[in-house]
Design a protein around this ligand. Structure first.
Ligand code: KG4
Ligand code: ZN
Length: 344
């Protein structure tokens, strides 16, 4: 750690999917601005994210979002110490927009460039208003990921379990489609579920398997088949009960595996991360583990759960502290990127 300054302002850019977001974050903790421009209104008419449209929309708004983030933070590019960008994983065309803006700014301003991992950002979102204490365990649940991650130390990740097929958010979005709910359906299924009961008792896939892996494709198909069969027989389905039954099955599997990992690894802290961390039942049951297992649970506030640049600025600070920088002339975006290979 050479020449480490007391105050590090990072301008972070996140464009991995359908949110164009830019933030200014001081010392990984103080979010001076966090502007998020969502494309949901555009994509919902297609029932999901259309990659070509997503990248084009990022290009249209990204510079304006950079300006807004600087303005809201009451700062200017000369006060920025480093640029941080999501390098991956994500949609390649979308990632490339953020990566190229960050490269250009880094080169033109002669300021260091940080290429950060999207999931590391989701995890470090919990470090903004709280402190991650190592070793810790993160349950990462998003539209593209479902993983249990053991954090041995700062930026030291080990994936101990993951999904064999669909990510939780993906399964939620597909069940939502079955219920004719608009994209992204996860939050809408969650809302419906609160009004229903777990009447249909869908299978809890892999709940007893002797590992930390998951499978949500079968659970999603069980719901879809149930609806088809009921329609064929002319039977009525109560959407609230269907949503609740799916939600209770998913959350029970997530909680069971997470509990097992907490006990076996002896961690004292659990971090909930990713867009599905906004799920009401998951939040409730994860918080119950505080009492039950005597651990601390960190859940980011809602605006730091879904994709945003503040979380990238939060993790970018630790890249900076550990001197993990990238070359602004050669950096490339990566649609797949290994979380375990962050090189300290
Ligand atoms: O992390 P995120 O914003 O984007 C990715 O990196 O994937 O996660 C988005 C996913 C979507 O699938 C969305 O439906 C799901 O998170 N989601 C939820 C809830 N809020 C967002 N799923 C279930 N319940 C929620 N309350
Ligand atoms: Zn995400």
């Amino acid at each position: 750690m050479n020449d480490f300054k007391e105050k590090i302002n990072i301008l972070a850019i996140e464009t991995s999917c359908d949110e164009t977001s830019v933030a200014v974050v001081k010392n990984g903790k103080e979010v001076l601005s966090n502007i998020v421009s969502s494309q949901i209104e555009t994509h919902k008419q297609f029932g999901g994210v259309v990659p070509e449209i997503a990248s084009r929309q990022h290009i249209e708004v990204v510079i304006q979002i950079v300006e807004e983030a600087l303005e809201e933070a009451k700062t200017s590019l000369s006060d920025i110490d480093a640029l941080c960008v999501t390098q991956g994983p994500g949609l390649i065309g979308s990632l490339l927009v953020g990566v190229n803006v960050a490269k250009a700014l880094s080169y033109a301003l002669d300021k260091p460039l940080i290429a950060a991992h999207h999931i590391a950002g989701h995890i470090y979102a919990s470090n903004i208003d709280n402190d991650i204490v190592y070793p810790s365990l993160a349950l990462v649940v998003s539209g593209g990921h479902t993983e249990l991650v053991y954090l041995k130390d700062e930026l030291n990740f080990e994936i101990i379990g993951s999904t064999h097929d669909d990510a939780v958010g993906e399964a939620y979005d597909k069940v939502a489609r079955q219920l004719n709910l608009e994209y992204p359906g996860g939050p809408k299924v969650d809302k419906l579920a609160k009004l229903g009961e777990d009447k249909y008792k869908f299978p809890r896939a892999m709940i007893d398997s002797n590992d930390y892996n998951f499978s949500f494709s079968g659970m999603k198909s069980a719901v879809i088949n149930f609806v088809h069969n009921a329609n064929q027989r002319g039977e009525e389905i109560v959407p609230e009960d269907l949503a609740c039954s799916f939600q209770m099955a998913v959350v029970e599997v997530l909680i069971t595996k997470t509990k097992k990992a907490i006990i076996n690894l002896g961690v004292k802290q659990l971090i909930l991360a990713g867009g599905v961390a906004g799920n009401s039942e998951l939040r409730k049951q994860v918080l119950e583990l505080e009492q039950e297992l005597g651990i601390e649970v960190l859940i980011p506030k809602m605006s730091y759960c879904s994709d945003n640049a503040a979380m990238m600025g939060a993790v970018g600070y630790y890249y900076y502290k550990n001197n993990i920088f990238s070359n602004p002339l050669t950096l490339n975006a990566k649609s797949t990127l290994d979380l375990e290979e962050i090189n300290k």
